[in-house]
Design a protein around this ligand. Structure first.
Ligand code: SF4
Length: 349
């Protein structure tokens, strides 16, 4: 077995590696892991069941507070309508996340998941990020494990990696001081994996982190994967600053570049040797860099993103439909395929 990349090596590659060479190395690694040249995507939609949130992350432009005029909690009927629209275009998954509502308890979430799963058993609920799970536990005075078990038993089968941001408490204290700390984010995913609920790992970079903190983030994900094997994919995106408190506090923060994105992505592909899938973030990078990502280690174009509300509130308003995804994938000489949440191929094009 080839030797594992160390933190120092990864920092060196990100900061001083030749971009073209990084792309070559990451593409070679991707081809070892995915020798058939298939690039996948999923047809899903985001459903943000509420925008009410007490966590007040400074990089977030999506949330509001309970008494504000724009605050909402979707009704079951509204959720059903959104799922019906997804089914009409052949979708299989809902990315189901909210703000972190200060008052809702486990029974409310159980009823919600049971409603969706009973009515639409064919739809995978990829829902509730670590901060939501952690807060439901606190609010309901039960353990994280009990929250996960009770939601799993109602039909939750996968959880998204959102809220990892950078797994550094120094960074979190600056950009999201009320959010759960890094160990707790890892603990929620560890518990989920133990209970048979797979998840994804994410990273949002481009605020105040150092290169070493980025690589330490990769390392924590790699270590937990070593322990549980429960991450299906790694997804990273850059901070989008429009309408955020962080932009008001740190107006001189410079926007991260496509070059940085491709460097981080290539090194993620090399470093995360035990994570099978890496997604391209065309939503934040645009379709051209999203396509380039396929040459820098990504083997999945993510989602068609019917109704994206969170990063679009902060300025990233890219859109893509299935036909465009197929075209971009074919354009780099790969075979497009629609997948489900478990990365099983459903249809080839
Ligand atoms: S990122 Fe999530 S937890 Fe943070 S303020 Fe926005 S909705 Fe709330």
């Amino acid at each position: 077995m080839t030797q594992r990349m160390s933190i120092d090596e990864a920092v060196e590659l990100i900061e001083h590696g030749d971009l073209k060479q990084l792309g070559k190395m990451a593409l070679a690694r991707k081809k070892e892991l995915h020798p058939k040249g298939v690039t996948t995507f999923v047809v899903d939609r985001n459903i943000n069941y509420t925008n009410i949130c007490w966590v007040d992350c400074k990089f977030c432009a999506f949330y509001t507070h309970e008494k504000k005029a724009d605050a909402y909690i979707l009704s079951f009927e509204e959720i059903d309508q959104k799922i019906e629209a997804l089914l009409a275009i052949g979708g299989t998954q809902i990315l189901f996340q909210g703000g972190v509502h200060p008052k809702l308890e486990i029974e409310w979430y159980e009823e919600l998941v049971a409603h969706i799963h009973t009515k639409y058993p064919q739809v995978t609920i990829h829902g509730f990020s670590a901060i939501e799970i952690d807060y439901i536990a606190q609010r309901s005075q039960i353990t994280i494990s009990e929250v996960l078990m009770r939601l799993r038993d109602k039909g939750l089968s996968s959880i998204p990696g959102a809220g990892a941001e950078i797994l550094s408490d120094r960074v979190r204290d600056i950009i999201a001081p009320k959010k759960l700390d890094k160990d707790r984010w890892l603990a929620v995913h560890r518990e989920a994996h133990k209970l048979g609920i797979k998840s994804t790992a994410t990273m949002m970079y481009g605020t105040v982190e150092t290169t070493r903190e980025i690589v330490e983030h990769f390392d924590m994900v790699r270590q937990l994967q070593e322990e549980t094997g429960g991450f299906r994919a790694f997804i990273m995106w850059s901070y989008q600053s429009d309408n955020t408190q962080l932009k008001r506090e740190l107006p001189t923060l410079t926007k991260s570049t496509p070059n940085q994105y491709l460097r981080y992505l290539a090194v993620a592909r090399l470093f995360l040797d035990n994570i099978p899938n890496i997604q391209s973030s065309w939503v934040t990078q645009g379709s051209y860099i999203g396509q380039m990502a396929l040459l820098f280690g990504a083997n999945d174009l993510g989602s068609t993103m019917m109704e994206e509300n969170v990063v679009s509130a902060a300025g990233a308003k890219n859109e893509m439909n299935q036909e465009e995804m197929i075209r971009l994938i074919k354009d780099v000489g790969e075979s497009p395929a629609k997948r489900n949440t478990a990365y099983e191929i459903l249809e080839r094009f």
